[in-house]
Design a protein around this ligand. Structure first.
Ligand code: SAM
Length: 236
């Protein structure tokens, strides 16, 4: 028995690993953030559910469902956690269940794969040898301002998730806090047909966002650190 954390595509189905498909085909219980998108994924890969349990495991019911899934694990079942896309637990449910599994002595097995933050980082052109991930920016202006001020003097590249509706709203705050000249990148629709990277200073990107059509699709925001750390030698 094991708890499998299954990374799934963030847009391009070809990014699903053979190992992920194998586990999705054999786990006794599939715990999915959205059961409809999980069904679509299974159908795309012609993986039958065949009487196995498909359980909704989302932010709003994580507290209630995690203990039930932990019971299934303790009863010797394999449980696979998958989110709507990407790596479970990364701004997605799963943390509570991992804690329960560890406490119960159950093996936790990661199946690495797509993750928007990591995909965006590599292609952003910003320094990658030190970075930090901060999930979604707080919606409340006070909490957001506090977090941004805390991060403004950090040296590493900062990564955030944000919705396309909110990117144009928060961008002026980013310019104000980090300064107009700070290098940044807006990665949109990664791995999909309309994948785009806007690269430039925060002020340049502000102009391009303002001048362009309304932003659509999924967005990841990256901001260079105050002083990029030196690129270390790669150790053998
Ligand atoms: N667990 C997922 C992962 O590993 O990337 C992230 C889940 S989080 C709920 C969803 C957010 O990730 C989106 O709102 C967006 O900010 C970012 N994201 C997901 N897919 C993306 C894509 N294809 N392109 C750019 N950003 C994406």
């Amino acid at each position: 028995m094991a708890l499998y954390l299954v990374a799934t595509p963030i847009g391009n189905l070809s990014d699903c690993s053979a190992r992920a498909k194998e586990i999705l085909a054999k786990a006794h219980v599939l715990a999915a953030e959205d059961t409809r998108s999980a069904r679509r994924l299974l159908t795309a890969f012609e993986i039958p559910l065949q009487g196995r349990d498909l359980v909704a495991y989302a932010d709003h019911n994580e507290r209630a469902v995690a203990p039930r899934l932990a019971e299934a694990l303790k009863a010797g079942k394999d449980v696979a956690v998958l989110s709507d896309g990407g790596t479970p637990l990364v701004s997605d449910p799963g943390y509570r269940l991992v804690q329960e599994a560890i406490a119960a002595g159950v093996a936790v097995v990661p199946l690495p794969g797509p993750c928007a933050a990591v995909a965006a980082l590599g292609a952003s052109g910003l320094p990658v040898h030190a970075f930090s991930f901060h999930g979604f920016l707080p919606k409340k202006p006070g909490a957001r301002g506090k977090l941004l001020s805390k991060l403004k003097d950090r040296d590493e590249t900062l990564i955030f998730y944000e919705s396309p509706q909110r990117v144009p709203k928060v961008w002026p705050e980013l310019v104000e806090v980090f300064g107009a000249d700070r290098p940044a990148c807006l990665a949109r629709e990664l791995t999909k047909m309309h994948e785009t990277f806007l690269r430039g200073t925060l002020a340049e990107l502000q102009q391009r966002i303002d001048a362009g059509p309304p932003l659509k699709g999924e967005c990841t925001v990256l901001i260079a650190g105050r002083a990029a750390p030196e690129v270390p030698d790669v150790e053998e």
